[in-house]
Ligand binder design. Structure first.
Ligand SMILES: Cc1cc2nc3c(=O)[nH]c(=O)nc-3n(C[C@H](O)[C@H](O)[C@H](O)COP(=O)(O)OP(=O)(O)OC[C@H]3O[C@@H](n4cnc5c(N)ncnc54)[C@H](O)[C@@H]3O)c2cc1C
Length: 268
């Protein structure tokens, strides 16, 4: 039984008690995306290399690992080769190598083929969500405790203002703020090390960046963003080419806007 399960009475306990449970780990990781899970796996690998045992937990706000990771991805496998070199034998869902790239300029009713600036040979077309699920299973095999359905909602500090963990959000609160029958107090997960792997613009990461002035101290560039939309299209099977990535650009006439589309085919 894991530390967390012991503290939660094995199944989630619904109570109205105000006091939060506090659970201690060596490393608390926020976010079960590629970054959080890779870090958790690597830590456990180092533990077995050095014959030490560190408790590592990962909290993920999605109801299951991979639930918040949008599918469709051109994947460069070098990092996976380094982290889990046996990924092919261990049936990672990385099966469709890219064999051609296409680059199109679209007008209202025509498509012009252009020389392609990309070269994705050696890369794969994958569902990142499926890969992350597989990584979650691997992490658990290494002894990482993963808790989906728990969002880290606050940073915990000690008296010296150092980060000592995170607090998960209370659950079972009605829209009017009252506690439902299912109310469950969040928990404190304390770690000797807390690692935030929330993805871009993580809410806790943003707070820490501001609080400790990390951008100024690291002379870091401010983050830049572009608007992106991801859609999943179901297409006629006869048009499905699982190995072909294509990029499209389109200029909206009369304006300076140029937008691009990257199509990544993958199978259900
Ligand atoms: C539209 C789009 C297309 C992309 N296409 C490609 C591509 O083709 N190839 C490629 O290599 N990369 C691609 N990327 C980039 C790739 O998705 C990211 O680099 C990668 O997902 C980053 O991994 P991460 O673990 O840092 O963050 P994420 O993948 O964002 O994972 C963060 C995880 O943390 C969880 N989380 C966040 N906050 C909390 C919290 N407070 N408490 C608990 N859990 C939390 C989230 O639910 C999520 O599961 C694309 C990205 C986008 C947006």
């Amino acid at each position: 039984m894991t530390n967390f399960q012991k503290n939660q009475g094995f199944v989630r306990r619904f109570s109205s008690e105000a006091q939060r449970e506090s659970i201690e780990y060596d490393v608390v990781i926020v976010g079960a995306g590629p970054a959080g899970l890779s870090a958790a796996i690597r830590l456990k690998q180092l533990c077995s290399e050095k014959d030490v045992d560190l408790s590592v937990c990962v909290v993920e706000k999605g109801p299951e690992v991979g639930a918040h990771i949008l599918s469709g991805n051109v994947f460069e496998p070098r990092a996976l080769d380094e982290l889990l070199p046996r990924w092919k034998e261990e049936e990672a869902p990385v099966n469709v190598p890219v064999s051609s790239d296409k680059f199109w300029f679209l007008t209202k009713d025509r498509a012009f083929s252009l020389p392609c600036p990309f070269d994705n040979r050696g890369n794969y077309v994958i569902s990142l969500s499926q890969l992350v699920r597989w990584m979650g299973i691997k992490a658990e095999e290494f002894g990482v405790e993963i808790y989906p359905g728990f969002a880290a909602s606050e940073i915990l500090y000690d008296a010296n203002d150092s980060v000592v963990g995170i607090g998960t959000n209370d659950m079972g609160i009605a829209k009017d703020g009252s506690k439902k029958d299912t109310f469950q107090r969040g928990v404190e997960l304390k770690g000797r090390v807390t690692l935030l792997a929330e993805g871009c613009r993580g809410s806790l990461s943003e707070k820490l960046v501001k609080k400790y002035k990390l951008r100024e101290k690291g002379h870091a560039q401010h983050q830049t963003y572009a608007l992106g939309i991801k859609e999943v299209w179901e297409i006629d099977e006869s048009k499905h080419k699982p190995w072909c990535c294509s990029a499209h650009i389109r200029m909206a006439f009369g304006s300076e806007n140029i937008w691009g589309v990257i199509s990544v085919p993958y199978e259900r």
